[in-house]
Design a protein around this ligand. Structure first.
Ligand code: F6R
Length: 247
């Protein structure tokens, strides 16, 4: 299903509420909530609302386990561009999550250790019972996570090469495209698809073209997000601008 909100603020509140409801329903059962998290500009207002709910409404993250989609490679966790830094700044430093329950792909691995790390990431997700909810943004290449055009629908966590457009879009954060890493470690399309619920969020006019392809275009590895059309557990949460080219 596709849900269109007037703006990203109202859309983000609704996604944050969905996440909070999941966490609370799991708390009542005495169970963990296992969340797949994204970085980038898109989820920032969602995380801000979750922080607000923690501070003002007493929402606790003590039963929450998280797996982030991706990390640049190579990347030091304390670099300002790292997704570790982003997640701490936007969310983890402001809530009561146990940092032992936080998982983010490791950008510091030796190349020969990456394959084993990726298998272990998959194993950890399944051994905890799988992701209850995965949230996604969408890149202008149509990527989800860093699954760029050409990614297979059954792909797992792996080292990938970033598309040139993705690196150009990140250039501002790195002070120039030449400083953007050429690679990343990302959950695969197959990893994402195993989540019991998936929410893809997109805001702004600049996403309208790729959102149209993702939601209405032919399903193809040329636009990896089109695979999401295949599942009814996927919700597309859009603002009016991002939805403006949908028929
Ligand atoms: C981030 C990620 C990416 C972003 C996408 C959109 O963890 O996996 O797929 O969601 O590049 O980025 P923003 O939100 O900055 O437009």
């Amino acid at each position: 299903p596709v849900t269109v909100f007037p703006d990203s603020a109202s859309a983000s509140l609704s996604v944050a509420k969905r996440i909070a409801d999941l966490i609370k329903s799991k708390q009542l059962l005495g169970e963990n909530a296992v969340l797949g998290l994204a970085t980038g500009a898109t989820p920032i207002e969602v995380y801000a609302e979750l922080v607000r709910m923690h501070k003002e409404d007493g929402l606790s993250f003590s039963n929450v386990i998280t797996f982030n989609l991706d990390e640049y490679f190579p990347m030091q966790p304390d670099a300002v561009q790292s997704y570790v830094h982003f997640m701490k700044e936007q969310l983890f430093d402001h809530i009561d999550i146990d940092m032992n329950n936080v998982h983010i792909p490791d950008g510091t691995l030796a190349k020969e250790d990456i394959a084993a790390f990726c298998l272990e990431y998959e194993r950890m997700i399944s051994s905890i019972g799988g992701l209850d909810l995965q949230i996604l943004g969408i890149g202008r290449t149509g990527h989800i996570g860093f699954n760029e055009p050409g990614s297979a629908p059954n792909s797992g966590t792996r080292l990938v090469t970033l598309d040139d457009l993705t690196r150009r879009d990140a250039a501002h954060d790195f002070g120039g495209k030449e400083n953007v890493p050429t690679k990343a470690i990302t959950m695969g399309i197959g990893t994402i698809f195993k989540a019991r619920e998936i929410i893809l969020m997109a805001w702004n006019r600049k996403k309208a073209g790729i959102v149209k392809k993702a939601v209405e275009g032919e399903i193809s590895s040329d636009v990896p997000s089109t695979y999401l059309q295949l599942s009814d557990k996927v919700g597309f949460v859009l603002d009016e601008e991002a939805a403006s080219e949908l028929t």
